[in-house]
Every structure is written in C-alpha cells, then in structure tokens.
Design a protein around this ligand. Structure first.
Ligand SMILES: *Cc1c(COP(=O)(O)O)cnc(C)c1O
Length: 434
C-alpha cells in the first residue's frame, strides 16, 4: 500500500520509506492511502482470534508486498510477547490494560513493532541506521527497550538531566550495547533542539543514516489500532456489540489508532477524547476553533501537549469535515484535582489502582455513563500506576508494588554520558561513534 502526506504535497511512498523518513518531505504526516476494510470472514470470527492473529490480519493489508507472511508473524510475536488484559472495576466500565510490556506503558506496542519491522525491512538494505530520540521519559524508555539489541540499529536517547523520574531513567540508562543515553544539561526542549539540528546537518547525514522514532512515525501508529480490535472482540463474547472507547490523550496518536480500527470494521460506537487541562481538542469538539497553544504542566504529564500533532491525521481520516469529527468524538477535560479524586474514589470503591492518565480517561467514561446508563465503555489504561507512584501513593495512602520483572532493572548500574546543551558537542559525539 502507498502512504500519502496529510499536507498532500509529497509523492506517495512505500511503508518502508514512510517509516524510515518519519515525516513527509512537505512536512506532513504519513497516512495510508486508504483504510482497508477487514474481510467479512475475519469480522464474524473476531472473538476466536488471538491478539497476534488479529494483529496479523490488521497489519497485512498495509504491508502487502513489503514483507512476507512468515516474517510479519515473527515481527508480531517478538513485539507482542506480553499480555493485553481487560479488567472491569465497575459494571460496564472496562479498562484495557496496555501496560504489561517491558516499560509499563502503551508506547511499548508502537515502539516494539517499529523496532522489529525496522530490523526486518531496513536491515535488508544492509546499512546501519542511527536513531535519535529526545525524551521527557516514556518515549525514551519505550524506544530504547524496543530497539535494544536490534541488529543494524544504534540509538541515542537524549534526556534532560534531573527531570525524568528515577524509574524511567533506569529504563534507558541500564541497557548498554546499542543504546547510548545522553544526559543533557538543560530541559526537554534543549534535547529536542539538538535532535532537530542533527536532522538538518547535511555533512552528518552523509556519514550516517539518521532516523527518528518519535510518536508521529506511521510504524508506531499502526499497531495502536490492534488492541482496539482485540478489546472489541473480547467484549463480543460478553454480549457487548460495540463499546465506546475512552482514550486518555496528549498527541492523539492512540485515539487515531482507534479511528483506523473503526474504519477497518472493528465494532466501536464512538470515542471519548479525554484530556487534562491541555484541552485544545475537547474545546474544538464543543464547537470552538482548533487553537493550539503552549502546554500547561499537570500530574498526567505524558499528556501535556498544547499542539497535538495527530490532529492533522484525524482531519485527514474525516476528509477535513469538522462536523464528522464532532460526530465521532466527544471531548472531556479534567483538572489535577479531579484526576486525584478519581484515583481515590475508584480505589476506595473497588480496590483498583490506576495511573493519573488512565484516571483522566476513566473519569470521562464515568461522565459518559451518567448520560448513557446502558453503555459499555472501555478506558485505555496507558501506564502502570507504579510508573507514577509519586502521584498515586499519597492519593490512595498505600504503596504500589513494583512488578517482579522490573526489580532487576532497579538494581542495575546506570550509565550515561553528560552533554552540554550545545550542538557542536553533540555533533562531535555522533561523528566519533561512526
Ligand atoms: C504518551 C502517553 C499518553 C498520550 O498518548 P497520545 O497518543 O500522545 O495521545 C497517555 N498516557 C501515557 C502514559 C503516555 O505515555
């Protein structure tokens, strides 16, 4: 299948090309030329498929002609070697737990799928690829873990010193091998600026093939449609026809994955766009103009985005028809106080513990239920509560246990290079890595 730019001014490219480039030459985001509808035989048998079988059927039409069946199955089984689970803390209010991967957040789905496809497809070209990623926490850990030991790929993770949580830092500074952690003396924006400068440095690009693995990459977006299909299928066996999905959102990649799944024929009755006080999209959905602005800091900080880049993809999927977007999505926004109240209330009532991002989505689902008593909602749980224990523990008055499989990481020695927020120094370091 071909991939086109949301700006419409670049030539269509293959999946591989779209993945390696990241951004289209006209500055737009890549989207599939069309959204394939799953065959009837798949749609009527959804509940009988395993996660990986369903993922295979959903991924195949996009990758047709670029990867063989056996290789794609290998990519999927390596990428998704952890469970996807569904809980039901209260009747009809389901939670889709996407945090059972190695870095405890849903970004593992996108990062691991992309990393394995990269080694299958880009690896065939026989060139070494250098991936630069700036992070304020979650993206760096998911990408570093995803690409860890992937042949032909070197990763540099740039993070602001002292500004990521200790657990997140451990997740990308203890790996070694092909992963180099760079602790930048500055803030996240300084990290991002260094990466952007490298991408426009022609001399550097002649020496190494640079690529980015940031969240706008199409290879990270596609796998985020699989779990909607899986959730919908699992609920069918409980007699639920088409749930409403509540998606805690920042850059809106996760929600875009849901819209793609729905266009493919996955049963869904609509989507709740749940945000914290960075509420550009909920305001748009209430009839205002789309007005990006600087982000504000909240306790659900992975959603602190003032200018959600995937909004262009949502527009593209709706052929630029704003009323169509407003029909499919309902917006909800909540404050930090309301987020904390939700975490506490759900814990007291049911014993279920959720992270602040998940709580934003669960609260939106609750508001939706008040008007739609018989609805079934699925809130996407985007991170494990232990990842945000600094917020969660004081609210529930209890410690959150660290999953067993994470304990070895906490004991490992961290290793990172410190780097001034200065391009010349970064450039020297990259040149000396060749
Ligand atoms: C990235 C992230 C989000 C936001 O996802 P988008 O695709 O950017 O909307 C929500 N929760 C957590 C825990 C995240 O890491």
């Amino acid at each position: 299948m071909n991939f086109v730019s949301t700006n419409g001014k670049s030539d269509p490219v293959s999946f591989l090309e779209a993945m390696v480039r990241g951004l289209a030459p006209d500055g737009g985001l890549f989207m599939p030329e069309q959204i394939p509808v799953l065959p009837e035989s798949t749609l009527t048998n959804l509940s009988r498929l395993s996660f990986n079988d369903l993922a295979f059927r959903m991924a195949s039409p996009f990758l047709k002609g670029e990867i063989g069946e056996e290789a794609l199955r290998r990519v999927l089984s390596d990428a998704f070697d952890f469970p996807t689970e569904i809980s039901e803390p209260e009747p009809g209010k389901f939670v889709l737990e996407l945090f059972h991967g190695p870095t405890l957040a849903f970004k593992d789905y996108g990062a691991r799928f992309m990393a394995r496809l990269f080694s299958e497809l880009a690896g065939r070209r026989g060139e070494e690829v250098t991936i630069l990623v700036a992070t304020s926490g979650d993206t760096g850990s998911a990408v570093a873990n995803g690409f860890f030991k992937v042949p032909g790929v070197k990763v540099f993770v740039l993070y602001p010193g002292g500004k990521v949580s200790p657990l997140q830092e451990k997740q990308f500074t203890t790996l070694g091998e092909n992963i180099t952690a760079l602790e930048v003396e500055g803030v996240f924006d300084d990290c991002q600026k260094l990466v952007k400068q490298a991408f426009v440095d022609d001399e550097l690009q002649k020496k190494m093939q640079l690529s980015s693995a940031n969240s706008i990459n199409i290879a990270r977006l596609l796998p985020q449609s699989f779990y909607y299909g899986y959730a919908s299928a699992r609920l069918t066996s409980k007699g639920i026809e088409a749930p409403v999905f509540s998606v805690p959102s920042g850059n809106f990649g996760n929600l875009t994955g849901g819209l793609i799944a729905e266009r493919m024929g996955i049963p869904a009755s609509g989507f709740l766009a749940a945000t914290n006080k960075n509420s550009v999209v909920p305001e748009f959905l209430q009839g205002e103009a789309f007005t990006p602005r600087a982000s504000v800091q909240t306790i659900s900080n992975a959603m602190d985005v003032g200018n959600p880049s995937n909004f262009d993809r949502i527009m593209h999927l709706c052929s630029g028809d704003e009323s169509m977007i407003r029909k499919q999505l309902r917006g909800y926004s909540c404050s930090d106080l309301e987020t904390r109240e939700t975490i506490a209330a759900v814990y007291q009532k049911t014993g279920y513990v959720m992270c602040p991002h998940t709580a934003v989505g669960y609260r939106a689902a609750g508001e939706f239920h008040q008007e739609n008593k018989d609805a079934a909602t699925v809130t996407l749980a985007t991170a494990h509560p232990v990842k945000f224990r600094e917020v969660v523990e004081p609210v529930i008055g209890k410690t959150v246990a660290v999953p067993e499989r994470l304990k070895p990481i906490l004991e490992k020695q961290s290793s990172s290079h410190s780097l001034p927020a200065d391009y010349a120094a970064f450039r020297d370091l990259l040149f000396s890595s060749v």
